[in-house]
Design a protein around this ligand. Structure first.
Ligand code: EPS
Length: 386
């Protein structure tokens, strides 16, 4: 559904590393590995992460497309090396392994395992789980950081916060006056990326309870973007609608199970007069009395902040596994166990920011175009309406 930007990721969870290529970023934009690394490190945080994040220190090496810290307009390729590779060199060998390795044959409910082996006709679930692992999201975040930089250059910011883990809700509203940098700085300091300290404690407790029981918990987060002009996306056709593009991007992340725009599902339970955001004119500017639409009307940005809520399911690898079968014998067995996280919702919120950044950078380039950042800025200045 992307129109101007295309990207691809490659890599297995315990392979040599992750590779990403992004094409469509204009020439003339400053980007550095340090800038990208900030988001990669943010993705690694959060109460409930498992052992893997103690092994890795995610860093994306820029391999091409950038010279003297400035984009060339050519494809930007990125490489994140897996530090864990040294422990998997033979099990994940590209060539013939030195010894035989036990096959994984007990599919985990909720993971790609069962449908994956059926689809490819495999007898080893490892050949599925390596690519279906959430490890791939590290590269999405690196690619998202390149897009975030483009947005920042034209005054568009992206932030997020966790508002629910399992049954614990932080009902603090995000103040409209708070910049998204301030929002991120505030919640990044929390081990669960929420505002309310009471909720934070309860969220950490429920994560600990899950971990102690060999279980996992999911949750929900909100992603916000500010500084958008009118008219990103379109009402003209189905695949151009901005909310459809955002939903596709969010739902392309393995564990993300639901997306709401603005008031979302709650919209159906109120009167139209209560829901729709009245149009006002204040201080020589068109404003809105509320933002229940979440910044998108008719498939287009309406110059209000975009608010997207996303729910993440509990991770499906369980230390206390669910019932499954051994695909060799069809006998009942417990599902395969791997090292895992008991909760990755704080990390998921950074992935959500990255996915929103990719979609918005794409929609921005679609509307305003430009081979260089300078041209893009001139086009926005000439015709952007805020
Ligand atoms: C992840 C890396 C993975 C998992 C997790 C996310 O590493 P490992 O499998 O070596 O522990 O920690 O992925 C899953 C739980 C999953 O089921 O895919 C990461 O880099 O975020």
């Amino acid at each position: 559904m992307l129109k101007k930007i295309s990207y691809m990721t490659a890599g297995e969870s315990h392979g040599k590393g992750l590779i990403g290529i992004i094409e469509g970023i204009p020439a003339g934009m400053n980007i550095t590995e340090e800038y990208i690394e900030k988001d990669l490190i943010r993705r690694m945080q959060g109460h409930g992460r498992g052992g893997r994040m103690k092994i890795e220190k995610d860093h994306a090496e820029i391999f091409s497309g950038v010279r003297h810290a400035i984009t060339l307009g050519s494809p930007i390729s990125l490489l994140i090396k897996n530090f864990d590779w040294v422990n998997w060199e033979d099990r994940m060998a590209i060539g013939e392994p030195k010894k035989e390795h036990r096959k994984v044959t007990m599919p985990r409910p909720g993971h790609a395992d069962l449908a994956g082996v059926m689809k490819y006709g495999l007898d080893d679930i490892r050949n599925v789980l390596e690519r279906s692992s959430a490890r791939e999201t590290a590269m999405r975040v690196a690619i998202g950081a390149v897009c975030r930089k483009l947005l920042e250059e034209v005054g568009i910011t992206v932030g997020s916060r966790v508002y629910q883990i399992h049954n614990v809700v932080d009902s603090t509203a995000v103040s409209n006056d708070m910049s998204l940098q301030e929002l991120n700085d505030t919640v990044d300091a929390s081990p669960v990326r929420c505002f309310d300290k009471d909720a934070e404690k309860k969220m950490m407790d429920v994560i600990d309870e899950a971990r102690n029981n060999g279980d996992s918990v999911g949750g929900s987060f909100e992603v916000i973007a500010k500084g958008l002009p009118y008219g990103l996306g379109t009402y003209i056709n189905a695949d151009g609608k901005l909310q459809a593009r955002i939903s596709q991007a969010m739902m392309s992340v393995n564990a993300f199970k639901g997306v709401e725009l603005g008031a979302g599902f709650a919209s159906s339970a109120v009167f139209g007069s209560e829901l729709h955001d009245e149009i006002l004119y204040e201080h020589s500017k068109i404003t809105r009395a509320s933002n229940n639409a979440g910044g998108i009307e008719g498939g287009m940005s309406n110059a209000q902040p975009i608010h997207v809520k996303v729910s993440m399911k509990p991770i499906s690898t369980l230390i206390k596994p669910l019932r499954s079968i051994d695909l060799n014998t069809m006998e009942p067995k417990l599902a395969h166990k791997e090292r895992t996280d008991s909760c990755a919702v704080p990390a998921a919120s950074i992935i959500g920011e990255s996915m929103l950044a990719i979609v918005l950078a794409d929609a921005l380039l679609e509307k305003f175009g430009g081979d260089s950042l300078d041209q893009l800025k001139k086009h926005i200045k000439a015709s952007g309406k805020y």
